[in-house]
Design a protein around this ligand. Structure first.
Ligand code: HEC
Length: 152
């Protein structure tokens, strides 16, 4: 009985730490760093596919599939961190309008998630022409959001 109690207290403690670190972002700066970090890594793997699409790097089916899988996974991560109150100020390029137009921002995020998921599917199938077409669709979805909600 004591043992069970000890384990459940331990589990609660661990759950507490994770919710602070990942869900809530203790400070707005942490949300900014997190979303910029995700965007940067996502852009890096997307860029690797871009080099193949532009014939700068030979087409390797397995590595394109892996990069596309990573991009699709990373594209599910940053959105919550954009909606943190106070995280529209400071070292960020998020336009303050985004917080007033949450629906529009969410729609733009959904578009990128859908297009990157499709890119992962197409890349797994391994047909270069289809990958090129879908790469363009993903790129457009990134650009649509940046034009509306990112300042630079
Ligand atoms: C729903 C909106 C949205 C979508 C979709 C989106 N971005 Fe962004 N992105 C932003 C915003 C806003 C910023 C500025 C973040 C900040 O400074 O806090 C940003 C920042 C970036 C940055 C700069 C990160 C840094 O170091 O500061 C890169 C690179 C980037 N995005 C790449 C991409 C790529 C590649 C895609 C598509 C696969 C994409 N983004 C899709 C909104 C979006």
């Amino acid at each position: 009985m004591k043992k069970v109690l000890r384990w459940s207290v331990c589990a609660l403690f661990v759950a507490g730490i994770f919710s602070v670190a990942y869900a809530q972002f203790a400070k707005p700066e942490q949300a900014i760093e997190y979303r910029q970090g995700v965007m940067l890594v996502m852009a890096h793997h997307f860029g690797r596919i871009g080099a193949v699409v532009q014939d700068k790097v030979p087409f390797d089916k397995a590595s394109v599939a892996k990069d596309a899988e990573l991009v699709a996974t990373l594209a599910t991560l940053p959105w919550e961190a954009f909606m943190v109150p106070g995280a529209e100020k400071g070292k960020t390029h998020l336009k303050a309008e985004a917080l007033k137009d949450k629906e529009g921002f969410k729609a733009a995020a959904d578009a990128t998630m859908a297009e990157t998921a499709k890119l992962a599917q197409v890349a797994a199938a391994g047909e270069l022409d289809a990958i090129k077409t879908q790469f363009g669709a993903v790129g457009k979805s990134c650009k649509d959001c940046h034009e509306k909600y990112r300042s630079r």
